[in-house]
Design a protein around this ligand. Structure first.
Ligand SMILES: C[S@@+](CC[C@H](N)C(=O)[O-])C[C@H]1O[C@@H](n2cnc3c(N)ncnc32)[C@H](O)[C@@H]1O
Length: 323
């Protein structure tokens, strides 16, 4: 008997065009402090570097969340029920495995901004779970008004999954808007939301500035990406990377700091950077259980329950759409 390799899952590509990217970069450079949307960090190289960050000893979030999912998946499935699992910002899709086993969903749909990486992620997940039909959608989920009409989702209950504390990249107002958007995209279905919690600043700053320099390379790759995709001429060596815990905002701020007065060209437009001027590459807001509950309720969700790891470092929150 021969065993058949499952077909590669389909990929629907809705990546924003470069004209949109240029507009977002201009808007971001006009902010004070300068800040670019976090999704720009994730081209193919950025996604590869992020996977390396997840393996660094200082970055425990991925290992902790996977262990929590492995131990709690059966309980989560019993509580939340099943349907089509829709994962937002799936990355390498290494966390959903226990949910696929426990929920036995009718399909798995992975959304991510990084097309090539997403294609590889769904292809290797499909080999591990050949009986679950899969689909990839490359998109900016913060701008999506509806999921594409597709037979795998038609008439099916949707179960949202948003792990990795990716919601922390957004300010509170943006996070409320995003959670409201997910409520519509999920058509009344529940959301399992993974959020990292505040902890000692030394731990958090080390997690986002690992000794091997992978977090720094990940941030500097954003400049390489702008060079490649938007005809910019950044010299990444002229920017220093830093990750600082800002306790008042309950967030880590990651930024590239200009090492000198310099003028950079982006799509033939000059942008001056002063010595010491930061370009924020991303924030990572940390949510206590109380903050998470309030945020969810403000975004139109009913907070039902949370699961957490033994050290209570992070939580998986179960949310149901409020009527
Ligand atoms: C912090 S990583 C988390 C990856 C994975 N979910 C995990 O938990 O390890 C964020 C992921 O979300 C994707 N992403 C970031 N912003 C996005 C956006 N606006 N729309 C869609 N995907 C996005 C990135 O490409 C990346 O794979």
């Amino acid at each position: 008997m021969t065993t058949q390799t499952p077909a590669r899952p389909q990929l629907i590509n809705l990546h924003p065009p470069s004209a949109d990217m240029l507009r977002l970069v201009r808007d971001g450079l006009e902010r004070e402090p300068r800040q670019l949307p976090a999704w720009l960090l994730y081209d193919a190289e950025g996604s590869r570097l992020f996977d390396q960050i997840c393996q660094q000893p200082e970055y425990s979030l991925t290992r902790t969340e996977i262990a929590l999912l492995e131990s709690a998946a059966e309980d989560i499935a019993r509580s939340i029920g099943s349907g089509v699992i829709v994962e937002f910002g799936a990355g390498s899709a290494r966390k959903v495995g226990p949910l696929l086993e426990a929920m036995r969903p009718s399909a798995y749909v992975a959304l991510d901004i990084s097309a090539e990486h997403l294609q590889q992620a769904t292809a290797s997940l499909q080999i591990q779970h050949p009986s679950v039909p899969m689909l990839g959608i490359c998109c900016d989920h913060s701008r999506l008004d509806a999921l594409p009409d597709h037979p795998l989702m038609r008439g099916k209950r949707r179960v949202g999954f948003f792990p990795g504390s990716s919601l922390g990249n957004f300010t509170r107002d943006e996070a409320i808007e995003l959670l409201g958007r997910f409520r519509l995209l999920l058509n009344g279905g529940p959301l399992l939301l993974g959020l990292d919690q505040p902890k000692a600043s030394s731990r958090l700053e080390a997690a986002y500035n690992d000794a091997a320099g992978i977090s720094a390379a990940f941030a500097r790759n954003l400049l390489e990406r702008l060079n490649n995709d938007l005809k910019a001429d950044f010299n990444p060596a002229e920017f220093r990377y830093e990750a600082v815990w800002q306790s008042r905002e309950s967030r880590v701020r990651m930024a590239l700091i200009s090492e000198c007065d310099q003028t950079v060209s982006i799509a033939d437009e000059p942008w001056a950077f002063r010595t010491g001027q930061p370009l924020v590459t991303e924030y990572s807001v940390k949510y206590s259980p109380e903050m998470a509950r309030k945020l969810a309720e403000d975004a139109g969700w009913n907070w039902c329950r949370r699961w957490h790891d033994p050290d209570d470092d992070l939580s998986l929150h179960w949310l149901e759409a409020a009527d």
